[in-house]
Design a protein around this ligand. Structure first.
Ligand code: ZN
Ligand code: FE
Length: 258
């Protein structure tokens, strides 16, 4: 199994450090918004940085890229459809990222919605999905449409249930508060809420989650269930004819949820 360690940055970002299977002293980092946090983690553990994988252009995901390249010479993979500093290999859905020195390979998935060119990396039973899928939630639609985001989430939901999902933020507890408002009778959701609350009390990350769990508890992956549809219709005060309409309604609902 892949060894993946969170580097914490800002209020709630996780910059994921992935150790090579071929050589555990070499790493790749996903979405390094803060160079110093990564450099400190590398130094403390005696690891070197070979590659940087970027999911989308937001500053909390790319802010450290240029400095890390300068300091380590790491190669940078990033979304071909977005402007990201210092990218050496632009990639898009269908491409494969091959990291020979690490013995790692990742398939690139197109997951537009949060941003227009957002990508995710999938390999070795792990998914690095940036701000597309969170535990109990999904990214806000800054640049994409509900149609695009639902299609992107469908791509992720089709991955094996035991896929470990390395989201870029610790948003779980606030997401679950909303999820329980949408689906108050979802027993799996209550179980995960209890587990997540106790992890957070001990300051332990709730991430990675898994695709299997998210399919059971995440309202944004459940737009096709009767329960989520009924809740969305009650909130909208109208019947919602399609899964996209249900998804759009719960995304709007969450945007204003406190
Ligand atoms: Zn973002
Ligand atoms: Fe972010």
């Amino acid at each position: 199994m892949l060894t993946v360690t969170p580097v914490r940055a800002f209020a709630d970002n996780y910059l994921w450090l992935v150790q090579g299977l071929a050589d555990a002293s070499r790493t790749a980092v996903v979405d390094p918004g803060d160079a110093q946090a990564v450099l400190t983690a590398l130094e403390q553990s005696g690891l070197s940085l070979d590659a940087i994988l970027v999911t989308h252009h937001h500053p909390d995901h790319v802010g450290g890229v240029a400095e890390l390249v300068e300091r380590t010479g790491a190669r940078v993979f990033g979304p071909a459809a977005e402007r990201v500093p210092a990218v050496s290999t632009p990639v898009r859905g269908g491409d494969e990222v091959v990291l020979d020195s690490l013995g790692l390979r990742f398939a690139v998935l197109d997951v537009p919605g949060h941003t227009a060119g957002h990508i995710a990396y999938y390999g070795h039973g792990a998914l690095f999905c940036g701000d597309t899928l969170f535990s109990g939630g999904c990214g806000r639609l800054f640049e994409g449409t509900p149609e695009q985001m639902l299609a992107s989430l469908d791509v992720l939901a089709a991955l094996p249930d035991d896929t470990r999902v390395f989201c870029a933020h610790e948003y779980t507890l606030s997401n679950l508060r909303f999820a329980m408002t949408v689906e108050p009778d979802n027993a799996d959701l209550h179980v995960w809420q209890g587990e997540a609350a106790s992890l957070r009390e001990r300051d332990v990350p709730t991430v990675p989650t898994t695709i299997g769990r998210e399919k059971r508890i995440n309202p944004f992956l459940r737009s096709r269930t009767d329960g989520v549809r009924r809740s969305a219709e009650a909130h909208a005060g109208a019947s919602l004819a399609s899964p996209v309409a249900v998804f759009a309604e719960i995304r709007r609902w969450k945007d204003g949820f406190r």
